[in-house]
Ligand binder design. Structure first.
Ligand code: ADP
Ligand code: MG
Length: 585
């Protein structure tokens, strides 16, 4: 592998590279920089996001333009304002030892006159979004007739966003003999068409496999019922206390809704979508960069500009309509040599999409389970313990130490630790204690009671039972051991209970004609029966049972929802399920 020096870069640029801490060129830089420095050629470079494309065109451009002239010589077009600002920023850093360099950003949503003024002061390089650029050209606020180098960055994204006309129009104002450098992650036919139209015999380089995501990203999917999507999202967040993530939704409405819900539940979340004002979007991005926002909920279009390096997780709250978009999403993590995880929450009907994505990214997904409450509690507890362990002591506390010590005089260290952690932990524990299993098995049923048999019985509270007395009654009449009847739930006129499958026959036999208080007691297998029928392919008669078991599990769901709600509120401001707003700093 070459060093930056080997590539032929000048000292003032090497010095900046050194300051930036880049030790060796990335692959796209290694390939593109010598070509661009040593010849006046057009170039098509295909490389994924996060591979260092900005420097691949930035350094050659800086080396080739004339800093003594104030004429605009380089034009970089990029799809979003975010990217535009980022590239401008990077170019300034790369060129910090280039005397007289002036890089100006041109983008919508900010004062056009101010931007025109900056250009007028003499900008050798303009970094622009197509829309605003076109606008400024038509108002004669910029002159790009002497451009020598033009860059189309993220060309596929720009075309995706419908900038074809604008790009064509802009380039028609540039000289024919300029060089055009096109950078893109993918090469759909629209990009090929642009290349054909505007480029002359371009050199071509491809980094890694075309269209394939970063090798630093692992892909996971979680199969849940659609209605559990949000709960699943929360658990994924709670199971990763240091998460710093982008959560992708399909629509602006869902984006806003999920973000609001997360905020209400005490997470450090924010929304990013096209219905927000520029100002609002700037604020959200600023908080995200500062890591005050740990979960940025975004639409695909709005997230195009996100170029933050240490994103740990990309969460596909919903899969994109176009499966190709998945590559862009997952490319937001695993950048700059770090590893990342791209998680997908899917319902059963979407599983086949996973297969199509695997073909595109040429990588396998790992099917994972949404962590259960116990696991999350353990993770959160250890995370809290580590946080306490690593916390710097605030010596303001010293002066209160005597009275605090007095209070804990008779408390052992172990006991103190337990009490201390319980302050934060108990409410969290309570929240998750009754948490359902959200995972759906491949045959589409809740797995929570998969191994035992669940029964429906037509006696309930009206008959004077509570779960304990019903359990005692069942054990007694069935002559079963202490733990053989479990998960007893009493409703008004009916109840549920479980046994191991080995007792099933005994239970059913016993209740075939059992009378109690002059009434036949009816026991039927609840959820398992419909599951077995499905598997057997004998769907016909199962319908009624299906319906009933759905209704039953529905009422359970509601009650757990209620209790979640209650805890949710009292929990606000705690760790995990609801984290303090400024926890990351
Ligand atoms: P791309 O445009 O391909 O998505 P960027 O140009 O935005 O990628 O670079 C991604 C990140 O990698 C940036 O933070 C950049 O500073 C960093 N980077 C670029 N080149 C190198 C290098 N040679 N060594 C280390 N980090 C680099
Ligand atoms: Mg880039």
């Amino acid at each position: 592998m070459n060093t930056f020096q080997d590539l032929g870069l000048q000292d003032n640029l090497l010095q900046a590279i050194n300051d930036l801490g880049f030790t060796k060129p990335s692959e796209v830089q290694d390939k593109a920089i010598p070509i661009l420095l040593n010849s006046e050629t057009d170039l098509v470079a295909l490389a994924q996001t996060g591979t260092g494309k900005t420097a691949a065109f930035g350094f050659p451009m800086l080396q080739k333009i004339n800093m003594d002239s104030r004429t605009t010589q380089g034009l970089i077009l990029s799809p979003t304002r975010e990217l535009c600002l980022q590239i401008t920023n990077e170019m300034k850093l790369y060129g910090k030892y280039c005397k007289g360099l002036n890089v100006v950003a041109i983008y919508g949503g900010a004062s056009i006159t101010e931007q025109a003024r900056e250009v007028k002061r003499g900008a050798q390089i303009i970094v622009a979004t197509p829309g605003r650029m076109k606008d400024m050209i038509s108002r004669r606020l910029v002159d790009i007739s002497k451009i020598e180098y033009s860059v189309l960055d993220e060309a596929d994204e720009m075309l995706n966003m419908g900038f074809y006309e604008d790009i064509t129009s802009i380039l028609s104002h540039t000289p024919d003999d300029k060089s055009t450098w096109l950078f893109s992650a993918t090469m759909p036919k629209e990009v090929a068409a642009i290349a054909k139209k505007f480029m002359y015999d371009p050199e071509e380089i491809t980094v890694g496999q075309k269209n394939v995501g970063s090798k630093n990203v692992s892909h996971e999917y979680y199969l849940v019922n659609s209605r559990d999507r949000y709960q699943a999202l929360k658990r994924l967040a709670d199971a990763n206390p240091d998460i710093f993530s982008v959560v992708f939704c399909r629509t602006k409405r869902d984006t806003q809704k999920v973000a609001e819900q997360l905020i209400e539940d005490g997470y450090n979340a924010g929304a990013l979508h096209g219905d927000l004002s520029q100002n609002q979007r700037d604020l959200v991005m600023k908080s995200f960069r500062n890591k005050q926002i740990q979960m940025l909920v975004a639409t695909d279009v709005a997230a195009r500009g996100i170029d933050v390096d240490d994103i740990t997780h990309v969460i596909n709250y919903q899969l994109p309509d176009e499966i190709e978009t998945y590559t862009h999403r997952s490319g937001r993590t695993g950048r700059a040599g770090k590893t990342g995880v791209s998680m997908v929450i899917v319902s059963k009907s979407e599983v086949r999409k996973i297969k199509s994505i695997e073909r595109i990214i040429k990588k396998q997904f790992v099917k994972k389970d949404i962590p259960d409450g116990t696991m999350i509690c353990e993770i959160q507890l250890m995370s809290l313990a580590n946080k306490v362990h690593n916390t710097e002591i605030n010596h303001e506390i010293d002066k209160h130490l005597i009275s605090i010590n007095e209070l804990f005089e008779d408390t052992s260290k172990d006991e103190l630790i337990k009490k201390f952690f319980s302050v934060e932990f108990t409410r969290f524990y309570n929240y998750y204690q009754k948490a359902r299993n959200l995972n759906v098995s491949d045959n589409g049923r809740d797995e929570s009671s998969s191994s035992s048999t669940r029964y429906f019985i037509n006696v309930g509270r009206k008959d004077g039972y509570d779960w304990m007395s019903l359990k005692d009654f069942l054990r007694e009449v069935l002559e079963l051991g202490k733990d053989d009847v479990f998960k007893v739930e009493t409703k008004d006129s009916f109840s549920f209970f479980n046994t191991e499958p080995e007792h099933q026959q005994k239970v059913l036999d016993f209740f075939t004609d059992f009378k109690y208080n002059g009434r036949y007691v009816n026991v039927e297998i609840s959820e398992n029966r419909s599951r077995n029928r499905k598997r057997d392919g004998r769907r016909g008669g199962g319908k009624r049972d299906d319906k009933r078991s759905d209704k039953h599990s529905g009422s359970r769901r509601n009650s757990s929802k209620r209790s979640n709600k209650k805890v949710k509120r009292s929990n606000s401001g705690n760790f995990g399920a609801s984290r303090p707003r400024r926890s990351r700093r």
